[in-house]
Design a protein around this ligand. Structure first.
Ligand SMILES: [Zn+2]
Length: 741
């Protein structure tokens, strides 16, 4: 009992402290100045690459081979690294992402939770690596152009190469790396974006090969080397360049890869080649290049001969590919104003029939809608590959989960699958082209991309559920002791919250900006401007924040501050409503004139708040203005004209309270006695002079019967029970409990 009462005291105390805290001025409308880096010649105050903006470049030539019997990948690459920075580089850092799978390097974080009464074998595998697997790179050589060994240092998922001679500004350096690694069985790892999936029925694999070659770390003006370790959740920061990739696989495999296929006639059959050439003109529907029957036949061949597929990709920051003899392949051409793109899908028969019906169509929809809101998709191909689970993006190619069971798929599952395809194809824009640093700021690609995914689904799949502001309410109501702001390092987020915090919350924030605060046309223009300014470049959060203001003339610092830098939520209440009507008789005026000050509604002695409108309006008086108030002005207001103007009008004074912390516009719906409604919006700046409480006077011709705040759920208000006047009775939790027990 004692500890209980202490708990109550502590609770009350903390509520009191919180309430006190909230009452203090918090500078919610102050500029972000101290929270953003100082603009400079590299990144300007308008959120644009500056006159001295620079970016490194890395070109790759890669030869890789999948050895099917042992599930290993062997590769060698030549990297030419261009130092465009003003600095001299004594060493280079490369990313060795496969090393996350090395025993001992895993689990930087604690994703898996404690042991409970019982756990599945799969959970135990995630938790303990019960099944032995030799993951990670074996680096076989790192040599200079002449073949001389270069000294290297490996630190988990990062490798440093010490250079014999430092690379000066404007110089390039060419070197070679040879490596191999066992391809992971995707089913054994949580958050497994790549590896192979085994199909026991026909004893074949689908290989999804990604972060498979040692890649240059990003080096930039903001961070220097971005060599923060790969810890699974925070993804990648990469440099652009040209890739020439030769992929050797069993001769009966089909390979889907980033880039243009350079040697179709060497790797496709005459029939496939003919169909492929024809498909390039198939604008109305997907054309089959490899059919189900052909793929089924190949499942049995198990060729031991090899073929080498050659691809080239320009202006990309990465390359990934998929390879299998199980693949069915369809292609459709998509015409954009400045480019014709081949939308393609590769899937095993296990994806039928939905994959042949929906995948390429979804690729086309994504490419078309995203192009409209940003820039025309610039690459030659956009590929969707079917996988068992999750979705993962790479330039020009994505791996997307979703399969029917016994040929059946629920509407929800199908919408999820299509949403995944749209989302992963959409990542071509963010971060594959507008190349933000995913390891630092997951919201910059996931948030912006999910926002456009939602737009695509609204336009092309109107029957789906589309993310709306109120979807984020359960998350926003969460426990503040563990919640992180959106401006938070990717790997610091909890596994059960990164979806809400980095995908959904920014999507809702951008939706509110577009629909409620800035307006559609102005927002869309600014968003397009941001996308184009940072195409093939590395934007940072400040660039986005500055750019969106600069292109709209809307000061959004209060919005970024609240929605991106805090865990506050929106909870605005209508605390008090007073209803007044002007006195009409002279007697009234004479009686009242002694006690009432002009215009000061609160000062009325008879003033009292009520729970509804049943008491009718309180009378109030408009007095003639005293001579003294005019000072030196000779012209005087017509006192009677003012009174006439207000005669018979309903005057409402509303007190609004900011309980959640986020300052937002006041969207007020008035319902009148005659049944008609009117909605008006006061901008968020209404909170400038008092961040916690606003009193505002409204004059209405008609009598009001009810007032509702945020009637269309536009601003993610977490408690709508306090948004209405007159208050509707709300059943307490205790009442509900009594009823059900
Ligand atoms: Zn994503």
């Amino acid at each position: 009992m004692k500890s209980f009462s202490i708990l109550i005291t502590v609770l009350l105390l903390s509520i009191f402290v919180q309430a006190q805290e909230q009452k203090k001025w918090q500078g919610k409308f102050e500029q972000l100045d101290q929270l953003l880096p100082t603009p400079n010649e590299y990144r300007t105050g308008s959120g644009e690459p500056g006159s001295k903006y620079w970016q490194q470049r890395a070109d790759y030539t890669i030869d890789a081979e999948i050895d099917e019997p042992t599930n290993t990948l062997k590769g060698k690459e030549t990297i030419t690294y261009y130092n465009n920075s003003p600095e001299t580089l004594k060493y280079l850092w490369l990313q060795l992402d496969q090393n996350i799978n090395k025993k001992g390097n895993e689990d930087f974080g604690n994703y898996f939770g404690p042991v409970r009464d019982s756990l599945s074998t799969l959970h135990m595998q995630y938790l303990t690596r019960a099944i032995e697997f030799e993951g990670g790179y074996s680096i076989q050589s790192v040599t200079d152009k002449a073949g001389k060994n270069l000294p290297i240092t490996i630190n988990n998922t990062m490798m440093r190469i010490d250079l014999p001679v430092a690379i000066k500004t404007g110089e390039s350096y060419t070197f070679n790396v040879a490596w191999m690694y066992p391809i992971t069985d995707r089913s054994l790892f949580l958050l497994s974006r790549e590896g192979y999936e085994h199909f026991p029925e026909d004893n074949n694999n689908v290989y999804l090969i990604a972060h498979w070659f040692p890649r240059m770390c990003q080096f930039d003006d903001y961070e220097g080397w971005q060599n923060k370790q790969f810890q699974r959740l925070g993804e990648f920061a990469l440099e652009f360049g040209t890739y020439k990739v030769n992929i050797t696989v069993p001769a009966d495999h089909l390979v889907a890869s980033t880039g243009s296929l350079l040697n179709a006639k060497d790797v496709l059959s005459a029939r496939e080649l003919e169909r492929f050439e024809k498909a390039k003109l198939s604008f109305d529907k997907p054309a089959m290049i490899v059919t189900e029957e052909e793929a089924r036949a190949k499942e049995k061949t198990k060729s031991t001969a090899k073929k080498t597929w050659k691809f080239q990709a320009d202006n990309v920051r990465d390359v990934a590919f998929a390879s299998s003899r199980k693949f069915i392949w369809d292609v459709q051409a998509v015409k954009l104003p400045t480019n014709t793109v081949l939308a393609m899908s590769f899937y095993p028969k296990e994806g039928l029939p939905v994959w042949s019906e929906e995948s390429t169509k979804a690729v086309k929809n994504a490419v078309e809608v995203y192009s409209k809101y940003t820039f025309d998709y610039p690459y030659p191909v956009a590929i969707s590959v079917n996988t068992s689970n999750i979705g993962m993006e790479f330039p020009m190619i994505s791996f997307n989960g979703g399969r029917p069971h016994n040929g059946q798929m629920s509407d929800n599952a199908k919408a999820g699958m299509i949403g995944t395809i749209v989302h992963e194809v959409g990542h071509n824009y963010f971060p594959m082209i507008v190349s933000s640093d995913e390891r630092q700021w997951m919201w910059m690609d996931e948030g912006l991309n999910t926002f456009l995914q939602t737009r695509t689904e609204m336009e092309r799949y109107p029957a789906f559920h589309h993310t709306v502001p109120k979807d984020i309410v359960p998350y926003m109501k969460g426990d503040k002791r563990v919640m992180r702001p959106v401006m938070n390092t990717s790997d610091n987020e909890r596994l059960n919250a990164f979806g809400a915090n980095y995908y959904e919350k920014p999507t809702v924030a951008l939706t509110i900006l577009r629909e409620t605060i800035i307006g559609k046309d102005l927002f869309d223009k600014a968003f397009k401007e941001y996308s184009n300014r940072w195409m093939y470049r590395h934007p940072r959060p400040a660039d986005f924040f500055r750019m969106m203001e600069e292109a709209t003339a809307v000061d959004l610092d209060w919005f970024w501050r609240g929605w991106f830098f805090t865990t506050d939520n929106v909870d605005i209440s209508v605390d008090n409503v007073k209803w007044y009507k002007l006195r009409t008789t002279q007697a009234d005026i004479e009686n009242k004139s002694k006690t009432v000050k002009t215009g000061d509604l609160n000062a009325k002695a008879t003033d009292k708040s009520s729970a509804d409108f049943s008491q009718g309006p309180q009378p109030f008086t408009v007095l003639n203005t005293d001579e003294k108030a005019y000072g030196e002005f000779r012209s005087h207001i017509d006192d009677n004209a003012v009174r006439q103007k207000l005669a018979g009008k309903n005057i409402y004074q509303i007190q609004f309270r900011n309980n959640g912390g986020l300052v937002m516009p006041l969207i007020i719906e008035w319902t009148y006695k005659d049944g008609s409604k009117e909605t008006e919006m006061l901008p968020a700046e209404i909170w400038r002079t008092n961040e916690n409480e606003v009193n505002k006077v409204f004059i209405k011709d008609k009598e009001v019967v009810s007032i509702v705040l945020d009637p269309n759920s536009e601003i993610a208000d977490v408690d709508i029970s306090n948004n209405v006047f007159p208050k509707k009775p709300v059943e307490s939790k205790f009442d509900q409990f009594k009823k059900t027990n």
